[in-house]
Write a protein that binds this ligand. Structure first.
Ligand SMILES: Cc1cc2nc3c(=O)[nH]c(=O)nc-3n(C[C@H](O)[C@H](O)[C@H](O)COP(=O)(O)OP(=O)(O)OC[C@H]3O[C@@H](n4cnc5c(N)ncnc54)[C@H](O)[C@@H]3O)c2cc1C
Length: 178
């Protein structure tokens, strides 16, 4: 389960519940993964009362980049070494696992030379999509604010947009070709 809260001054914070076992009933004091470019804003979210200090925290920079080549000689690039994008969309690790899965299949059949052609277009498409989503969520222009308001508050919960959004964050928005 995830929530996004928009605060004054275009600030936002994501809350994603950490679940060990999907079959377990919800815990009284669940652990949440919290992502925001704005430090110390958790206390401003209505109804949120942390019961202790963070278990772990770290800073990170957001970039949207992809390698020009996924193969240089005998070196093949996968995961964050090949492409990087903002955590909005929760795709980075899953995309890297997909690279690894496809690569392992190609190794088995001795077709590693097809790796770049198979993966670069897929990964590039996702990086662009996540960049657009990130600009929408983080943008400070009037257009970004308008799109954010209309898209996230009104369109997202509708049967037309919700399945598309779920496919995007679960990585089911494209077939895995080998
Ligand atoms: C805040 C945040 C939230 C995220 N949330 C999600 C999410 O919900 N879902 C999702 O799918 N992805 C998420 N991601 C992205 C995900 O964490 C990364 O895409 C993923 O960890 C990349 O894995 P990797 O193995 O490619 O690279 P890394 O995890 O960076 O692993 C590379 C490893 O190589 C080691 N290394 C580097 N240089 C050397 C060297 N010279 N010799 C030996 N070892 C070396 C490093 O120490 C590291 O352990 C998130 C990222 C961030 C920053």
């Amino acid at each position: 389960m995830g929530h996004v809260f928009f605060l004054d001054g275009d600030r936002f914070v994501f809350f994603i519940r950490v679940i060990d076992d999907i079959n377990e009933p919800p815990k009284k004091n669940p652990i949440w993964r919290i992502i925001s470019p704005h430090k110390d804003c958790i206390g401003e979210v209505e109804g949120v009362k942390p019961v202790g200090d963070p278990i772990w925290q770290s800073d990170f920079q957001v970039s949207h980049r992809i390698n020009q080549h996924f193969q240089v000689g005998n070196v093949f690039f996968a995961g964050d070494a090949a492409h990087i994008h903002s955590p909005i969309g929760a795709r980075g690790m899953n995309l890297g696992l997909e690279d690894a899965f496809v690569f392992s299949r190609l190794v088995r059949s001795g077709q590693m030379a097809r790796y770049e052609a198979l993966r670069k277009s897929v990964d590039e498409g996702i990086v662009k999509k996540i960049e657009l989503l990130s600009r929408t969520v983080m943008g400070r222009t009037t257009l970004a604010r308008l799109v954010r308001f209309v898209l996230l508050q009104w369109l997202m919960p509708t049967p037309l947009f919700r399945p598309q959004f779920i496919k995007t964050v679960t990585g089911l928005d494209h077939p895995v070709r080998i």
